[in-house]
Design a protein around this ligand. Structure first.
Ligand code: ADP
Length: 381
């Protein structure tokens, strides 16, 4: 059991660190975060729990680790080898543990891991001039490392567009790129799980994500599929998640899936709390952030399944530029619970993820996608 004397440490200071901190505060859990931006979301909200340090400053990072009982991450920006050095020097346990984290270091390593578990995904290959000949157009190119929110994804319609996409993704500078067949996605789903490494599993809700230009625009607690089809998808995904549980992986993970021609394909996973599970903050009895903190602080593996009310989340991207910004929302029906969350970022920029909005409809009567579309069109920020 993890010592309860020292705080839980978060590596990273962005919005996910901020929300982990807020969950910890609400649960009475001690916490600290390590990051390099004194104006970050976390540092702005929790200046006295913030420790300033560079990612590559091993000495300061080790000192931080020694002041914590366990470390968790809010992004995949740290290399596993660096974290191994921290673990060796300090003995502090990581959540996710490092063997599990390693699978998620790149899109190539993830694909290999999924293949080994026999989980279907779009056909893929590391990019080589020879390998690309075996794919037909349109195809998808992805930066294997460092891409997020769709920024490392290029849909290549024709062979003529290949050179430009490779150059965008930094292939000529030595960045690894992978090729995927472009599948005809009907729906996209995401589900989180907390795994304790010994087969114990907490299922977060299965949610539907709605993307525009490769960027997640909304997340829906109920699928727009028929209930029967949705149940089939859910049970297929649960079988997949149980496969992960049987590998001794330990951590909170979020997986994304494509629904294509009645089949479920895995897209990718993240070894941490994730944007697609923000609905749990307001539509569930416990949030993804509570689960991490309660597990790390007290070893709690409950509830077995996180329920969710009918709800939709809208990502609030900046529409203006400047440090003085405010959110204005359209008037919504009084039955809808409206929870706006801004991430306290210093500067608003067009397209920057500044916050999210959760709309909860306990009556289940509203067309939530329509409401969300209205919000997207009319909000000011
Ligand atoms: P990121 O890790 O940056 O979020 P993803 O790999 O999840 O990138 O891709 C972003 C989006 O691009 C997906 O949600 C999906 O809409 C689209 N996409 C990704 N891979 C494929 C594919 N193989 N075929 C069709 N669309 C894809």
């Amino acid at each position: 059991m993890i010592s309860q004397k020292l705080p839980i440490g978060i590596l990273g200071d962005g919005q996910l660190a901020l929300m982990l901190g807020e969950a910890a505060l609400a649960q009475g859990v001690d916490f600290l975060a390590y990051g390099n931006d004194p104006h970050s979301s976390f540092a702005t909200r929790f200046p006295s729990q913030f420790r300033l340090g560079k990612k590559n400053d091993q000495k300061t990072l080790n000192e931080f680790a020694r002041s914590c009982s366990a470390l968790t991450l809010e992004n995949e920006f740290y290399k596993v080898n660096q974290l191994r050095e921290v673990a060796q020097a300090t003995g502090v346990p990581f959540f996710p543990d490092l063997p599990s984290y390693q699978f998620f270091e790149s899109k190539v390593s993830q694909h290999r891991f999924f293949d080994r578990l026999g989980i279907p995904s779009p056909r893929w290959s590391p990019y080589t001039p020879e390998a690309v000949q075996t794919f037909s157009y349109p195809l998808v190119l992805k930066a294997s490392e460092g891409g997020y929110d769709g920024y490392g994804v290029r849909i290549v319609q024709f062979e003529e567009g290949l050179a430009q996409a490779l150059s965008d993704l930094g292939y000529s500078e030595g960045r690894p790129v992978l090729i995927e067949e472009k599948v005809n996605i009907e729906r996209e789903f995401a589900q989180g799980v907390l795994l304790d490494g010994t087969g114990g599993i907490i299922f977060l809700p299965l949610v539907e994500t709605i993307q525009k230009n490769g960027i997640c625009e909304m997340v829906l607690s109920r699928s727009s599929l028929s209930l029967q089809e949705y149940k089939k998808v859910e049970s297929t995904i649960h079988v997949i998640l149980k496969k992960f549980a049987s590998t001794q992986m330990r951590g909170l993970f979020n997986f994304e899936f494509f629904y294509v021609n009645g089949e479920v394909l895995i897209n990718e996973g993240a070894p941490r709390v994730h944007n697609s599970q923000h609905l749990t903050l307001n539509a569930s009895p416990v949030s993804q952030f509570d689960l991490v903190m309660n597990y790390l602080w007290a070893g709690k593996m409950e509830p077995k399944e996180v329920t969710i009310l009918p709800a939709i989340m809208v990502n609030l991207l900046g529409k203006s530029k400047g440090e003085q910004y405010r959110l204005a929302l359209p008037v919504l029906p009084p039955e809808i619970q409206v929870h706006a969350k801004l991430y306290l970022k210093k500067e608003c920029r067009p397209g920057r993820k500044m916050g999210h909005l959760n709309l909860v409809d306990p009556s289940g009567k509203f067309n939530l996608i329509e409401l969300a579309e209205r919000v997207l069109k009319e909000y000011e920020l």
